[in-house]
Design a protein around this ligand. Structure first.
Ligand code: PLP
Length: 358
């Protein structure tokens, strides 16, 4: 129940024991087509986007988005209100872009008016933003920021690593040019693949000088035209396919609601033992809950107690929030009211608190 990886269902575990097939096996490539279709649905991406899964993790998705979109000299506005916003800014700078960091308080969502203000002179070519900021439990208003980017004809990079599969991600409505995620958070498979979607506009620009392994053109040749590019892992594709099938069977709306309900149960339980979340009510990411550590409590001692005495793994605070928050993940198959209640009970015991003692 940490910030990822999330628990993996028996069905997904089982899927990985399927027969090993090569990356161009006629049956296997049909599965790849189905993975593309299911990911397109999950991202709510338009049909002219190229949606697939990179071999790698969420960070590989970040690298691929930047490498395929950015050229030296480009002006990028990157929203930085957490650890992953900071990483995104670093990655964009590595690809030679000039990156201006729009800093926001850790634990608060970025204010779109702030974005509007810095964008007003039209100097930015690209806007980069993290949707679900896993370090703070905040969901940034990507829809509003995307509308501002569109007004200024800027390209848009969205990190949906913790949001995809847990809360609505709408690549079509956002008009996002590159949006990436990972297999091990909201989707509920092991780590090893990075779902990603690229717009037609981005693919036609042919900007950037991506490394061979991350080149969207070459990857499209493999996924669509069945030309060898790299040897993708069959067990990983089986796992992702099974997790995406589970998501489709559940239905997107029902899945988002399950995450919201688990989150609400957690908040209610925490409230009963006198604990609260860091982000304001309107900006909470359902899949990752940043819980404020009460004054005088040693955050790491409680975290260790949760693991050794209660067999529940939770996450620590990062950067300026180290020692100040715990991070409780309710993602993928782990997003249940039962898990929310279990973690509250264990936390209450670890802290020596009961609902009555309040
Ligand atoms: C986890 C995470 C990443 C990095 O993903 P890895 O799979 O660990 O490489 C990037 N961005 C966000 C928002 C994340 O939560």
């Amino acid at each position: 129940m940490g910030p990822g990886p999330s628990p993996v269902s028996d069905r997904v575990m089982q899927a990985m024991t399927g027969p090993l097939r090569s990356h161009l096996d006629p049956e296997f490539v049909l599965l790849l087509d189905d993975v593309r279709a299911r990911l397109t649905t999950l991202f709510q991406a338009p049909p002219d986007h190229f949606t697939f899964a990179l071999s790698g993790t969420g960070t590989t998705g970040m690298d691929a988005a930047a490498a395929n979109l950015l050229e030296p000299g480009m002006m990028v506005l990157c929203v930085v209100n957490g650890y992953f916003g900071d990483r995104l800014a670093q990655v964009c700078a590595l690809h030679g872009a000039f990156v201006e960091r729009l800093e926001g308080e850790w634990g608060q969502a970025i204010d779109p008016a702030q974005v509007e203000r810095v964008m007003s002179d039209g100097r930015f070519d690209v806007v980069a933003i993290v949707h679900g900021e896993t370090s703070t439990g905040v969901i940034n208003p990507v829809g509003e920021v995307a509308a501002i980017a569109r007004q200024h004809d800027a390209l848009l990079i969205v990190d949906a690593v913790t949001s995809l599969g847990a809360v609505p991600v709408d690549v079509a409505a956002w008009n996002a040019d590159a949006c990436y995620s990972c297999s091990q958070k909201g989707i509920g498979a092991p780590s090893g693949l990075a779902p990603i979607t690229f717009s037609a506009r981005l693919r036609h620009r042919r900007a950037g000088t991506p490394p061979f392994s991350l080149d969207v053109k070459k990857l499209e040749d493999f996924w669509v035209r069945r030309r060898y590019h790299h040897t993708i892992s069959a067990p990983m594709i089986y796992a992702l396919h099974a997790a995406l099938t589970e998501a489709a069977e559940e239905g997107l709306e029902a899945r988002w609601k399950r995450h919201a309900d688990a989150h609400s149960a957690l908040v209610a339980g925490l409230d009963a033992i006198g604990l609260c979340l860091l982000p304001a009510l309107a900006h909470r990411l359902h899949s990752l809950n940043a819980v404020c550590v009460p004054d005088g409590v040693d955050a790491s001692e409680v975290k260790d107690c949760m693991l050794t005495r209660h067999q529940i793994e939770i996450g620590a605070g990062l950067g300026p929030l180290a020692g100040k928050i715990w991070r409780i993940g309710l993602m993928g198959s782990g997003a249940t009211i039962h898990n929310a209640e279990k973690v509250v009970t264990a936390l209450a015991k670890s802290l020596g608190r009961t609902p009555l003692s309040r």
